[in-house]
Ligand binder design. Structure first.
Ligand code: ADP
Length: 486
């Protein structure tokens, strides 16, 4: 626990505005809670709307100079930040586990994943391209260039406190955009630590600012409506995404939205069942199921569902639940009591409609927001969890008989982030991957997130892509200059 106290002590707890650590108006603070105990870890600054405004004004003031830095300078800042993140991975992972709950091994994995966005975008910064073209009539030339969008507002969720920050800050910095980032109130410490690293890596004052706040809407809405920012990038719920998209309409901000998911996970009768079970554990249990990419509806062919259910339940029952800092723990607590209550009530609803519990399903006594790995089978398609993100370690199995039927069921949702398909039939794999309405498909694999691939959803799962070669485009405007030659 000494180390724990030390990493919490070491992190700055104030707002980061114009390169300086600043107290919130009237010294306001809010508590950060350890979800494994329900107790406060520390308090951080609680920004007022005026603090938010000061942060955005700093980003606006820094924008012209930051846009003029060379691509190589910005690339070097990102590479240095990548290296600092990797050097401090152990303490950053511990900090993340304390505020968010995930097991230390997963937190270390997230630091590496988060750092990888910086390394990726360090490469993209120096590859921003353009064009030169002859007009069809031959009398003019088109010079096509890309410029930073301008000051950005970045809003991140609590489930991947570091990676959701670097996934936005990496391309923003690479493109030459300044920003104000607002992390989720549950997990501000990782983002505050990241601010220190960016400053150390040479990101100039004002180019990156951070406001932590309990009243996210109260602080962010006036900034979105101010017209001072040119872009909003948000990761979070579809409910909040819709509100923000409406707010962005007023000043026609560029928007990137990574919203909720309701991932189907389809196991055909010809799949390798062991691989499918391993894939399901990855797709379900990463981050305790608190991921927008989590398998939310597991459709298994009726001829193999009993065997699949048996093997999955055995593996799930073998996972160790506990405080993420303890050795050997695979499953940490959920983020808060509201998150746990939602999981509990979704399970009760499914069981009330006839689902059978193969393992788990009981809230354990004691402190912390723990919920056990749970497998339900025979979950009817009308169950509430078939339309809502469970955001917890619950795997609901539903049988199907034909390919057409399962594709229709998979697409019967307002969401379209990711789908997982397990089959050894190549033609079927491609048919199904092409007919599923999602931005991403995992074929015979339970994880799709990769900084070098375009991450994002269709339908009400969002707008735009993060990562990959296209991730930086979200932060660039295309300008065309017409040049008369005759
Ligand atoms: P979750 O349900 O995962 O907590 P949210 O969509 O509520 O997801 O939160 C994601 C992020 O959006 C967090 O940083 C949160 O503080 C922020 N947020 C929530 N409500 C608003 C709002 N009305 N305006 C701006 N940001 C918001």
């Amino acid at each position: 626990r000494v180390d724990e106290a030390r990493v919490v002590e070491a992190v700055e707890k104030r707002l980061f505005i114009d390169g300086k650590w600043t107290d919130a108006t009237r010294g306001a603070t809010f508590d950060v809670v350890d979800p494994s105990t329900g107790e406060a870890l520390c308090a951080v600054a609680d920004a007022s709307p005026a603090d938010g405004r000061a942060a955005l004004e700093a980003a606006v003031a820094a924008q012209p100079d930051f846009a003029r830095t060379s691509p190589r300078e910005r690339s070097d800042m990102l590479m240095t930040a990548y290296e600092l993140l990797m050097q401090r991975a152990d303490e950053l992972a511990l900090l993340m586990t304390l505020e968010m709950g995930k097991p230390l091994a997963e937190a270390r994995g997230e630091i590496a994943y988060a750092a990888e966005f910086f390394r990726h975008f360090a490469g993209e910064a120096v590859r921003i391209d353009g064009g030169y073209q002859t007009a069809p009539a031959g009398n003019a030339r088109f010079l096509i260039t890309k410029q930073p969008v301008g000051p950005c507002l970045l809003i991140t969720p609590w489930n991947f406190p570091m990676a959701m920050g670097t996934r936005k800050l990496g391309p923003a910095i690479a493109a030459g955009c300044t920003s104000v980032v607002k992390p989720a109130h549950q997990t501000p410490l990782s983002m505050l630590a990241l601010m220190g690293i960016l400053a150390e890596a040479g990101v100039p004052a004002g180019a990156v600012n951070c406001v932590t706040a309990m009243d996210a809407g109260g602080v962010m809405e006036p900034l979105i409506r101010s017209g001072l920012a040119r872009k909003l990038s948000f990761t979070g719920s579809t409910r909040v995404g819709r509100i923000l998209l409406e707010q962005c309409a007023e000043k026609v901000l560029r928007t990137s939205l990574e919203l909720g998911g309701n991932a189907p996970f389809v196991v055909f009768e010809d799949a390798d069942l062991d691989e499918a079970v391993t894939g399901a554990i990855a797709a379900k249990m990463r981050n305790m199921g608190e991921a927008c990419t989590a398998a939310n509806r597991i459709f298994v062919h009726e001829s193999v569902i009993d065997e699949f259910g048996r093997r999955l339940a055995e593996r799930m029952a073998g996972l160790t639940v506990g405080r993420g800092t303890e050795p050997g723990v695979n499953v940490g607590p959920l983020i808060d009591e509201a998150g746990r209550e939602k999981v509990r009530s979704l399970v009760a609803d499914a069981v009330g409609r006839g689902a059978t519990v193969l393992t788990g399903g009981e809230v354990p006594p004691g402190s912390g927001y723990f919920y056990p790995p749970t497998v339900l089978t025979g979950v009817p398609r009308e169950a509430a969890m078939a339309d809502q993100e469970i955001f917890g370690p619950v795997a609901p199995l539903t049988p199907f008989s034909t390919e057409d039927e399962v594709v229709r069921a998979a697409n019967d949702t307002e969401y379209g982030l990711v789908a997982y398909v397990f089959t050894n039939d190549l033609r079927r794999a491609l048919r199904v991957a092409e007919s599923i309405e999602t931005g991403m498909v995992g074929l015979n694999q339970g994880v799709v997130s990769n900084p070098a691939a375009p991450f994002g959803g269709v339908k009400q799962s969002g707008l735009g892509r993060e990562g990959g070669a296209v991730g930086i485009d979200e932060f660039l405007e295309t300008k065309y200059i017409g040049i008369a030659v005759s």
